[in-house]
Structure formats: C-alpha cells, structure tokens
Ligand binder design. Structure first.
Ligand SMILES: NC(=O)c1ccc[n+]([C@@H]2O[C@H](COP(=O)([O-])OP(=O)(O)OC[C@H]3O[C@@H](n4cnc5c(N)ncnc54)[C@H](OP(=O)(O)O)[C@@H]3O)[C@@H](O)[C@H]2O)c1
Length: 403
C-alpha cells in the first residue's frame, strides 16, 4: 500500500523531534516472547482446522495475537474486518477527536476515502492538522481535504469542549459518527486547571461532555433519516492496569497517583464502562439505533507509543524500542476496530478488539455498579467544576440523561 507508507511518513514525522521510540514497557514482553518462540509457524488455517479443546486454545492465542500485533499476526483472528469493507458514506457526517495523527488519522483518512461528506476534527496542534490536511489533499484530492473542518480544543478544558460542541451543532445538519479517540498516553500524573486528574479529564470526562452535547443531534439523525448512528470510545487492553481497588467513588480517588500505567489504565477502563452504561441507559431505553462501543486498537506505532512513553520511562522505553516496534500495527491497522464500530456494527456496549473481535474485558469493565458510580462521579464533577457557566445555560450533563 504505497499510500499508507506515504501517509505514515507525512503524518508521523511532521513535528520536529518526533523520533521513533517505543511503547509498552514491561507489559508486552512476555506476549511477544511467546508469540515468537512458542508459536513460530502459527497460521489461521491451522487454528481454524484444529478441533476440540486444543483448537479453542489455539483460537484464543490467535485472537490475542491478532488483537495486539500487526502484519501477518493480525490475520490470525477468528473475526476479520478490512478497511475496504467500510461502506459508502456519501451524505454522512462525522466527528473525530485526535483525527489529526496516529490512529485517529487512520480513521479520518478511511472515512474520507469512502466518501464521507463532512468531517470535524478536534485536536490541539494546528501544525499537525495542517500536515494531515495536506496528506489528504495530496492522496485523496483537494475536494476531500475541503470536507475537513478543524476545531482546536484541549479536551481537558471542559468549557471549551462545550463551546466546540455548540459550533458543531450550529454547522452540522446531521451527525452519524462520533469517534472519541484523543488520549493522554502512558505518562506521569498531572492535574487540569479544574484540579482533576488529566488522564480522566481528557480521556474520559472531556469525551462525555462532547458526547452529551452532541447526543441530541445524533438521536435526531437516527430518527429523521431512519438510520443507525454510532459512537466509539478508544480504550485499550491496558484498562487491566487500573488499580484493583478502583471504585470511582470520589475526586480524591481518581486524583490519587496510580503511576503511569495505572493512571492510563483507569481512564481506559472508564471508556469501556461508559460504553456499557450508555448501552444500558440510551440504546436499550428507547434508542436502538444509537450505539456506543469501546475499542482496543492493538499496539500501534504512533507518537504515543514512540515518544510519549519516554516521558515516564526514559530508559525502559528505549530498551523496548527495538523489541516492540517490528510487531506493532501501523496506524491503518490500528484504525480497523474503530472504523468497524462507527460504520458497520449492529451491536452496542461491546468491547471490540482489533480487527473486530468482541471481548469481555476485565472483571471491573463488566461491573455495572462500577459503571454507574463512574458516571455519577463524572456527572457530579462536571456540574461542580463548570457551575459558573452551567448556571447560565443549564447543567451540561442534562442532555445525556435519557428518560
Ligand atoms: N498507540 C497505541 O498502541 C494505542 C494502544 C491502545 C490505545 N491507544 C489509544 O488510541 C488513541 C489514539 O492514540 P495514538 O496512539 O494514535 O496517539 P497519537 O498519535 O499521539 O495521537 C493522539 C491524538 O490525540 C490528540 N490529543 C492528545 N491530547 C489531546 C487533548 N488534551 N485534547 C484534544 N486532543 C488531544 C492529539 O492531538 P495533537 O496532535 O494536536 O496533539 C492527536 O491527534 C488514544 O486514546 C490512545 O490512548 C493507543
């Protein structure tokens, strides 16, 4: 795929100093070891033809490899979805957070290639966005690039998120797809100006605000056009790194230092719980054509996995560079489960791993009470922290409550 290589070069190396580094410190080492040394000749045909318990075990191994790694290993999964299977999207409108680079760019590029009519991208860096638009213009044509509108916004700035949602509502006649993809990666803890853990504030709560403000437009789109609208939250298998005593009981708890993996894992656990909460409270309560799922893209070669990881692990990150990089998915392989979830799936409340394999996720991710507490805390914190403005316009969470 010549265009893929061109896109990766253009988008991944726009920002000076974005060197190729590595990802996933100690967490992935054993998996890679077993993939290489224990199952060197594993093929999908072997997996599918092997009967009985052994066959089941091999299917599980094949799925684990396909969910996490790129190239031939990604073909070992029992369920496949290819970006070429993305349906024609003529007339449809999408919003992607973090659509300017990495996995989000892979999703944006694919939707535009399949004739999406209008795309709003929310991200932070205008230089990165300019580079992304140039790649789209060069490879898909100026017409496709002109369909993209950029809205600069830090998802940790909740008032700004609300303003951006209002801009989208004022410009978009409909909204078919919402990709909640932006994320703070495995990095050291910090607080936003609201005094909330930045991982939770950006990866989860900023997206809840965006979704809650855009939801009425999506519900109207589903009704008026008799169509299915879809939301996808970018989670990660690292949701399993959330602290084992996670309760989502208070601000103090989510502001407690759980370390880089724990902070990240907690926010990714929230992404799955939110999808399952939404399914229970929106999809199953009168909106069967409004779906939300969470995804795991695999280990993907992006800025987050090559540069950001060095911030908490300057040595561990470097040590892993040569071990992990050859096994990672590229940004298009990483985009597959999200594209599946916002264009094709008929399910809601699932945790979909690359390429399109629904998994249970951790026990905590299946705990409905924990999900209810997370959303209660989310609602309370947003209302409390944005009270000055929300008094004027009503609680920003009002429109996520579906009766
Ligand atoms: N890479 C992996 O292996 C992997 C694995 C599992 C899950 N994920 C998840 O996949 C998602 C995409 O990550 P990626 O790997 O593609 O990383 P990436 O290449 O670093 O892209 C991250 C995108 O998010 C945007 N972003 C970051 N912080 C933001 C903020 N505060 N407000 C608004 N936008 C923000 C960035 O915008 P700017 O360019 O403007 O800064 C960028 O467009 C993340 O949620 C990540 O946690 C990644």
């Amino acid at each position: 795929m010549t265009h893929t290589i061109a896109v990766r070069r253009a988008v991944l190396f726009i920002r000076p100093g974005r060197g190729r580094t590595t990802f996933g410190p100690l967490f992935v080492t054993p998996v890679i070891h077993s993939a290489k040394s224990s199952y060197p000749n594993l093929r999908m045909s072997t997996i599918k033809k092997t009967p009985g318990v052994l066959g089941d075990q091999m299917q599980k191994i094949g799925n684990t490899l396909a969910e996490n790694f790129g190239g031939p290993l990604s073909k070992l999964g029992t369920r496949q979805f290819k970006l070429d299977e993305c349906p024609d999207l003529t007339g449809k409108v999408a919003v992607i957070t973090g659509g300017s680079e990495g996995i989000g760019f892979g999703v944006a590029y694919t939707l535009l290639k399949h004739n999406l009519s209008k795309l709003f991208i929310i991200s932070v860096d205008p230089e990165i966005m300019a580079g992304a638009k140039k790649v789209i213009a060069d490879e898909l044509g100026q017409d496709k690039a002109d369909r993209v509108e950029w809205l600069g916004c830090d998802l940790g700035d909740w008032n700004h998120v609300h303003q951006v949602a209002e801009i989208i509502k004022s410009k978009a006649p409909r909204l078919d797809m919402l990709v909640n993809n932006s994320g703070r990666g495995i990095m050291t803890p910090s607080l936003t100006s609201y005094g909330v853990d930045r991982h939770m504030a950006v990866n989860h709560m900023g997206h809840v605000i965006l979704t809650s403000h855009l939801l009425p437009l999506m519900q109207k789109t589903a009704k008026d056009h008799n169509t299915t609208v879809r939301i996808s939250n970018q989670s990660s298998n690292l949701h399993t790194a959330a602290p084992s005593d996670t309760q989502f009981a208070s601000l103090e708890e989510i502001n407690s230092d759980a370390g880089p993996n724990g902070q990240y894992g907690r926010s990714k656990l929230a992404g799955i719980l939110y999808a399952r909460y939404f399914d229970r409270n929106v999809t199953q309560k009168g909106h069967p054509n409004v779906l939300m799922n969470a995804t795991h893209p695999g280990f993907v070669s992006t800025k987050q996995s090559r540069k950001d990881i060095l911030e908490p692990y300057p040595l561990g990150g470097l040590a892993m560079k040569y071990g992990v990089e050859p096994f990672k998915k590229d940004q298009f392989e990483g985009a597959v489960p999200t594209v599946y979830c916002v264009t094709t799936t008929g399910d809601s409340g699932q945790y979909v791993c690359a390429p399109c394999i629904p998994e249970e996720g951790s026990e905590m991710s299946q705990n409905d009470e924990l999900g209810d507490r997370l959303m209660e805390l989310t609602r309370n914190l947003i209302a409390q922290k944005t009270r000055m403005d929300s008094v004027k316009r009503g609680c920003p969470m009002d429109d996520i409550v579906v009766h």
